[in-house]
Design a binder for this molecule. Structure first.
Ligand SMILES: *Cc1c(COP(=O)(O)O)cnc(C)c1O
Length: 818
């Protein structure tokens, strides 16, 4: 394979085939008869090599254009599998499938053994993955920065109905086949030690040294992120923590071999495991270490790159922008100050101007339990210099507040970055240090301004804006739903993949009976795929003619899987009392992980599984109702689930779900939503039209008004259906040999203070569920609903979301790579 430096790998079928054999044999030392895992790795290397060609061209184009750059800082990137997606983006699916076929190999079987890169918990991490896909497709010079966790999101098993967590050793082979290690860009991150002040006797300049710190190496691993059928390949840079070699030597000299090895472990633990909490903080020291490690390594990396092509920092702010994915990376505000002041020797005011012109913060939640704070004592011990800087930022900030509202001490206390117990409020740090603060759906952004961040909004109204979330149509439509893709390619032309507004043209086919039949055929095939997954994972056989009613997402009280479970019990009670006139067969699908320490969420999983056992085992129920809990909900599972869904459950307590993105994946794939007026549901309903959305429940303001004097018993007393449901639950019908198991769940929904007001929404939920069932029984009517949902989902492409970020916040120029 003699090649000069300008040549590129060929993409014809024969070259792909030969390369595949070469990688398998000479790189991995395996043959076609070897385990399919090796063939998967060989194929990824074939594709990665092609990406490297485009990657180099992208670097060259960026080098030449020197465009303004964007950096997406995120503790999570929930990527899932990549092979199918990259083949799609490179336009190589057919050639690769044929090349493999000639070798007697099946592409789908090979794709199926790639493990999910599960470096995230749920929506927030998946959003980051969709964002970088769209940025590459839009040719925006945006780089992702994250952590290369050795263990990603845990694998969920269900044993006797309970969630059991297993470690996800996704790097079992020692490496991720898509990544390229770039040891030459290793950075050093410091923890602990103390600060010492120096005054230069000649200049009088005061400087601070951070001394005696423990040093940890940050080694970057780059993952290529190709755009859709363009030449752009952007970079996701993931940091791996490694102990200093010299550190080890010092300890050896002191004769403490054991302590040296243990300390090495402590350093390398930083990127060992993803914290499995979604929408709640962990408060653990190791988590703070992870956050600072990400932020410090990434900012040092950006500054080092800047200095390769630029002198000084006068134009840095015009040429760089950082988007903070929630408060997790908000130490970036303090760390960029530290780097500019201590290492680049800029005066405070100049450094602060740069920070507040380059940092932008995205809020993801209104839940108080998710708002991060770090104890002052921990901050001083672990990050003495950044903490000093945070104090100074706060001192100057509060002086401004005092000028604007003289004498209003309470307001100063409310706004302060440092709280009454010395804790650092990360959201306050992010807001003070950023020029932009955005929520992730219209309703959420309004609630931020009116509630949580109202004091900040009064101070800086111009900082606040909304950027409604989206999902990438490449993964969530073109790759996940090949039947739909073929139909859309045929009637809209392939351009829909990068211009999702074109879906609206589907409305022109509403009266076309052939199109409508094809639409139903595609849905049926997708439901059969989902039914096969259900049977494989749970052993339950379901009929593909039934209404597939699906709620998959993290298990959380605010998401109200419990409300859905109560509805299932209601349907079961109806069957048992013979109330089955005009019955519509239904398969209720649940899936989702509970944080391992979240007791109530784990109980909800157990309840669902116990209900499933009773319902599915009752011959009187039969096909009228099936209930399944699909274990280990993940990106690759969702790729089968969303296309096979009829009814999308988005039933959170209004005002609690910031946006949701699962709701968008379902809509694009032709599911109809039953939901509350919460998060992006509001905009989904606006787009699809109120007659095409099953709305129920209290509105956000009504929930707020109700909670202080909420009495669940009133709702039980007024509703015989709810009484029947509560009776089945309280009599122990679903926990016959597990006495008292669900007492805490029952007490929760009956508590005066139940913040999720589950029983208050029961009646309207049950009524609207019945409307949905009757709508499903009308085959033609439902076909129209389904087509309209896809046709009107164009807004929810992350291509639109990224264009909004770019127009209003980043202001980057697209760079053509050629
Ligand atoms: C889309 C997605 C989510 C987010 O779902 P929501 O319903 O918006 O909470 C979580 N996990 C996975 C694996 C996803 O694909």
């Amino acid at each position: 394979m003699k090649q000069n430096f300008e040549s590129r790998l060929q993409n014809d079928k024969d070259s792909l085939e030969q390369d595949f054999i070469n990688y398998l044999r000479y790189h991995l030392g395996r043959e076609l008869t070897s385990d399919v895992d090796y063939k998967m790795r060989a194929l990824i290397l074939v594709i990665r090599a092609r990406l490297v060609d485009n990657w180099r061209q992208t670097w060259a184009s960026y080098h030449k254009a020197q465009p303004k750059r964007g950096y997406y800082l995120s503790m999570e990137f929930l990527i899932g599998r990549t092979l199918g997606n990259n083949l799609l983006n490179l336009g190589l699916e057919e050639d690769v499938a044929e090349a493999l076929q000639e070798l007697g190999q099946d592409l789908e079987a090979i794709e199926a053994v790639e493990s999910d890169a599960g470096l995230g918990n749920g929506g927030l991490g998946r959003l980051a993955a969709c964002f970088i896909d769209s940025c590459a497709t839009l040719q925006l010079p945006v780089m992702g920065y994250g952590l290369r966790y050795e263990y990603g999101m845990f694998r969920q098993l269900i044993q006797n109905g309970f969630q059991v967590e297993e470690p996800d050793h996704w790097l079992a082979f020692g490496s991720y086949p898509w990544e390229l290690k770039r040891a030459e860009y290793t950075r050093t991150v410091r923890f602990g030690g103390y600060c010492r002040d120096y005054v230069n006797p000649e200049t009088g300049v005061h400087i601070v040294h951070w001394e005696d710190a423990e040093e940890v190496l940050a080694v970057p691993f780059d993952v290529p992120i190709p755009g859709y059928k363009n030449q752009t390949v952007n970079t996701l840079r993931l940091w791996h923590a490694k102990a200093q070699e010299s550190f080890k030597l010092n300890a050896f000299n002191a004769g403490s071999y054991f302590e040296a090895v243990a300390a090495k472990n402590e350093a390398e633990n930083i990127t060992m495991v993803l914290y499995p909490n979604d929408s709640s903080e962990s408060g653990k020291e190791l988590r703070l270490r992870q956050q600072y490690f990400l932020v410090s390594a990434s900012l040092q990396d950006v500054l080092a790159n800047w200095e390769r092509f630029n002198e000084g920092y006068e134009t840095f702010a015009e040429n760089n922008v950082f988007q903070l994915n929630d408060t997790h990376p908000s130490l970036a505000v303090a760390e960029l100050m530290r780097l500019l002041i201590d290492e680049k020797r800029l005066p405070w005011d100049e450094a602060w101007k740069i920070v507040t012109a380059t940092m932008a913060y995205t809020n993801h939640t209104l839940l108080p339990e998710a708002l991060e704070t770090w104890p002052g004592a921990l901050m001083w011990r672990l990050l003495p210099r950044p903490m000093q800087i945070i104090e100074e930022i706060n001192r100057r900030f509060l002086a401004k507040v005092a000028m604007k509202w003289p004498g209003d001490v309470e307001r100063q206390q409310r706004l302060s970055i440092i709280g009454g117990h010395g804790e650092v409020r990360m959201a306050h740090l992010a807001i003070v240090g950023s020029f932009s603060v955005n929520g992730v759906a219209a309703l959420h952004s309004e609630l931020l301004k009116d509630g949580l961040f109202n004091d900040f909004y009064q101070l800086w109204p111009e900082k606040f804006n909304n950027k409604t979330n989206g999902v990438t149509p490449r993964r969530w439509m073109a790759a996940a739903n090949p039947g739909l893709r073929a139909l859309l390619d045929e009637v809209l032309g392939e351009q829909w993949v990068t211009d999702l507004s074109r879906l609206s043209q589907l409305e022109g086919y509403l009266d076309d009976p052939v199109f409508r039949q094809t639409w139903r055929d595609i849905k049926l095939e997708n439901k059969q795929r989902l039914a096969a997954l259900i049977e494989r994972e749970t052993g339950v056989r379901v009929s593909s003619n039934a209404l597939f009613d699906v709620q998959v997402k993290r298990i959380h009280e605010y998401k109200r899987q419990l409300l859905n479970a109560l509805h299932v019990i209601h349907l079961y009670a109806r069957i048992k009392r013979g109330d089955t006139a005009n019955w519509v067969d239904r398969v209720v699908v649940f899936g989702g992980k509970a944080a391992p320490g979240y007791h109530m969420a784990k109980k909800i999983i157990k309840l669902i599984n116990n209900i499933a056992r009773v319902v599915n085992g009752d011959p009187e129920v039969g096909n009228r109702l099936k209930v399944v809990f699909i274990p280990n909900y993940s990106v690759s599972a969702m790729e089968v689930i969303a296309p096979g869904t009829d009814l999308s459950e988005q039933v959170s307590t209004a005002g609690k779900e910031a946006s949701g993105t699962g709701n968008m994946k379902f809509m694009m794939n032709g599911a109809v939503t039953i939901g509350t007026l919460d998060g992006a549901n509001v905009e989904i309903r606006e787009e699809v039209g109120e007659e095409n959305f099953f709305l129920f429940g209290l509105h956000a303001d009504e929930v707020q008004q109700l909670v202080p004097h909420y009495n669940p018993q009133d709702y039980i007393d007024r509703d015989s259906d709810l009484q029947a449901v509560m009776h089945l639950l309280e009599s122990g019908h679903f926990n016959q040999h597990e006495y008292g198991l669900f007492d805490d769940l029952i007490a929760g929904v009956k508590a005066y203070a139940d913040p999720w007001v589950t029983l208050a929404d029961f009646r309207s939920y049950v009524d609207v569920q019945e409307q949905a069932a009757q709508a499903f029984a009308d085959v033609e009517g439902w076909t129209t609903l389904s087509i309209l949902n896809t046709a009107r989902s164009g807004k929810f492409s992350t291509d639109r979301t990224m264009q909004d970020y770019n127009n209003d916040i980043w202001q980057l120029q697209a760079v053509e790579v050629s």
